[in-house]
Design a protein around this ligand. Structure first.
Ligand code: ARG
Length: 486
């Protein structure tokens, strides 16, 4: 036996279950078992849950009104002291639930021990997590909405800023910058939709499920649920204490949101490179190199991209943790908190950091436009023009293919063709070569794609208005069929 493992710490004070045991827990095992180091942050939720539980115990006559009042007053005073830092959670406590109860006992004496009547840490802990996540849903929702607001503001300046639109990272068709940025608006909109949906399933009460089988005390689960603002009571006590699907859903939301932010981050990194030069990032969101004085690195975007990996990991941790666990509570589930907290903390950092990056970015619109020169991205428009003149699209495609080859040989862009050379390729082009030439400018090309959701400045403005209304009024959302057409 190693020296360490034989050192026992007598910490009976900080245990809620000493009665059956002769010897104190091994020090190493204490460390393994301890969750206070990470679940300590749940003390507010733990106290809120206990206040509701004690109130209900008093109202139902399980405790006397006086006992309940003493417990509630003690918990409330404790809440104030913890918030002000007048007291701290006892570091030798096993977990947050123990810590709060130990502090309460110090304050109000033996009656504190009555708080745990008709309750187990198993229903207590998932009540705490649900209360915590419910708040974080709201906090993150607001941060994402702020980011969306920034996207709207930046987009509004770029309805006419043309840049190459890509597929396969190859120039495909010109688009406007507002169109590109608004794509992220809608991704984030769906992320908020997912978050709101997850919140509904988070907001159900497990309290009163006891350890697993319920309780013989005449509790009122509806009352505690109402006091805590839960929308309903989970109907099966085994399910209530033993599932973490709501946390997995939250982590799915987190992983998908990070995936979206990571794609934007990747584009910012590319656009900030000297080869693209589409964006200049603000000093406040970049860092320098200790060796290369010329460097200005897009660290925020790189970290957003990098941290996406750890949030995926958080989701995988919890999915793997829960897989194969028999009903009901198992201590494995204590491991649910760190991945959850990590994802929440990461989003709280990354969402506003990316928002700042975008809000302060300067777009180099001239370079964007120049990048479309000679890139043949209006070739489809010439084919569409010919198809519009009655030619089957396949034949039009063939003719334009020959035009492109001609330009490559001549080392010119499509927009540099003169009407005489263009007229050579088809009798249809000979009729009115100037009309055909007109479709070859990027402005015409962009303006022509005026279908709903398309890149024409007119269509993008309409999309922007829709987005703006959606953000202003979450019930007015085209994606959930609630959109009002005025
Ligand atoms: N710290 C524990 C957790 O996070 C609290 C529940 C303990 N339950 C138990 N039966 N030991 O899961």
């Amino acid at each position: 036996m190693s020296e360490n493992s034989s050192q026992n710490t007598p910490s009976a004070l900080a245990k809620l279950w000493g009665g059956r045991f002769d010897a104190p827990t091994d020090a190493l095992i204490e460390r393994l078992n301890n969750s206070l180091v990470f679940d300590g942050r749940l003390w507010r939720q733990d106290i809120a849950g206990s206040v509701a539980h004690a109130t209900m115990l008093g109202k139902t006559g399980i405790l006397t009104p006086d006992e309940a009042a003493q417990i509630v007053a003690g918990l409330e005073a404790l809440r104030g002291d913890l918030a002000q830092g007048v007291v701290i959670l006892p570091p030798d406590a096993e977990d947050v639930h123990t810590a709060v109860e130990v502090l309460l006992k110090e304050r109000i004496g033996a009656v504190a021990g009555k708080l745990h009547t008709a309750r187990s840490r198993n229903d207590q802990v998932c009540t705490d997590i649900r209360l915590y996540l419910r708040d974080e849903c709201d906090n993150l929702n607001t941060k994402i909405a702020v980011f969306q607001g920034t996207i709207l503001e930046v987009s509004a300046q770029h309805f006419d800023t043309i840049l190459p639109g890509c597929t396969h990272l190859q120039h495909a068709q010109p688009i406007v910058l507002a169109h590109h940025l608004l794509a992220y608006y809608w991704m984030l909109e769906r992320d908020r939709e997912r978050l709101n949906d997850t919140r509904k399933r988070i907001n159900r009460s497990p309290l009163g499920a006891g350890a697993l089988a319920g309780t013989g005390f005449p509790i009122d689960r509806g009352m505690t649920a109402e006091l805590l603002g839960f929308e309903s009571v989970l109907p099966n006590s085994l399910d209530a204490v033993s599932d973490r699907d709501f946390a997995i859903e939250f982590l799915s939301f987190a992983a998908i949101t990070m995936m979206h932010l990571s794609r934007l981050a990747e584009e910012i990194i590319l656009w900030n490179s000297p080869e693209y030069g589409f964006v200049l990032l603000d000093d406040g969101v970049t860092t320098g190199s200790s060796i290369m004085p010329q460097k200005k690195n897009p660290d925020v975007a790189e970290l957003a991209r990098g941290k996406t990996g750890r949030v995926y990991g958080d989701l995988m941790s919890l999915l793997t943790l829960m897989k194969g666990l028999p009903l009901a509570y198992n201590k494995d589930m204590q491991e649910d908190k760190e991945p959850l907290f990590d994802a929440v903390d990461t989003l709280h950092l990354v969402v506003p950091a990316m928002q700042k990056t975008l809000a302060t970015a300067q777009f180099r619109t001239e370079r964007m436009k120049r990048a479309t020169a000679g890139d043949f991205s209006t070739a489809t428009d010439l084919a569409d023009y010919l198809a519009g003149q009655g030619l089957p699209f396949r034949e039009a495609h063939e003719i334009v293919g020959r035009v492109v080859r001609y330009c490559i040989e001549k080392k010119i862009g499509l927009e540099q063709l003169d009407s005489d050379s263009l007229a050579e390729f088809s009798p249809l082009l000979r009729e009115n070569p100037d009309a055909a030439l007109a479709v070859l400018t990027v402005e015409a090309c962009v303006a022509a794609r005026n279908s709903e959701g398309g890149t024409a400045p007119k269509s993008v403005r309409a999309q922007w208005i829709l987005a703006n209304e959606t953000l202003d009024d979450p019930t007015n959302n085209p994606l959930t069929g609630n959109y009002r057409v005025e």
